[in-house]
Write a protein that binds this ligand. Sequence first.
Ligand code: NAD
Length: 313
Amino acid sequence: MQYNKLGNTDLELSQLGYGASPLGNVFGEVDQSVGIRTVHSALDWGINYIDCSPYYGLTKAETVLGKALKGIARDRYILSSKAGRYGPQQADFDMSPKRIRASLEESLQRLGVDELDIFLLHDIEFVDLEYVLAESLPCLEALKKEGRIRYFGVTGYPLLSLQKIVENYQLDCVLSYCRYALHDTSLLSITELLQQQGVGIINASPTAMGLLTARGAPDWHPAAPELIDCCRRAHQLCNERGVNITQVAMQFAVGHCAISSTLVGTANVQNLRNNLDWIEQPIDRALVAEIREIFDACSNSIWPSGRTENSDI
Ligand code: NAD
């Protein structure tokens, strides 16, 4: 496993990180003991970075992850969690300093730790970015000074929102998802800015939240039918070549040097083992070029997210 420095922080994240959202049954019902075993396997196999949020399964994922981490030496893992998002609706967001502070304490308790290594505002595009800059981020900065968290940043889907925040506030890192994967590489439009500012880059969702898997996207997936169709064609092409599309997706997503860690979510030990094996194998560049041609022709490879004024489309 390769370990990469996260921006200007002193954290060295495993190239592949463990996204704990499936522990909250986000992609289907997961037996708790299976989820816990998967977390233990991730740590045993060299993954040192784990990400969670109170939003995943409405606190279930943090609760199960806390059980999995019980008794494990604190220096064996780097842990991020989030605040600000507590449900799927616009009304479920609260990025006020009061709620952020309470949320951190609740997360620390569920996770069974004294401190978070990384604390992130969850999906900033759903709230007023001026408020985030004026109130929420100064709260995270204060929590860092108080020693309750080590580093802070934001997560979000629209790149314009991430860019606006980074241009106006010194963050330690950003977590972007579905913007550097086989279907869409537009994260690269802001990587230079992030690097210039010393902001670490965490890339999430290498399978684009299931789109680039044989099982396909869950019902709630926001992708347009055209993109889903392109994924089906890419899947068919891979099948013809005798390659699993998720293998190519994993290899592609971890392959950019600007990205410190790529978070993949799975509660299945065999999937995790496959992902770890695949990223050590050379990528078939000719096949990637053919797959990219399919997605380059797709005029609908991103989707709206959050408030209209914060969305990329
Ligand atoms: P993902 O691309 O990691 O997809 C997860 C899906 O892919 C699951 O259904 C899983 O079963 C399947 N999968 C994984 N490996 C597989 C394999 N080898 N074979 C077949 N299927 C496989 O998307 P994700 O789970 O949304 O993202 C990963 C993590 O990133 C999340 O758990 C979360 O921690 C983080 N994330 C954060 C945000 C945010 O902050 N806004 C958004 C998305 C993701």
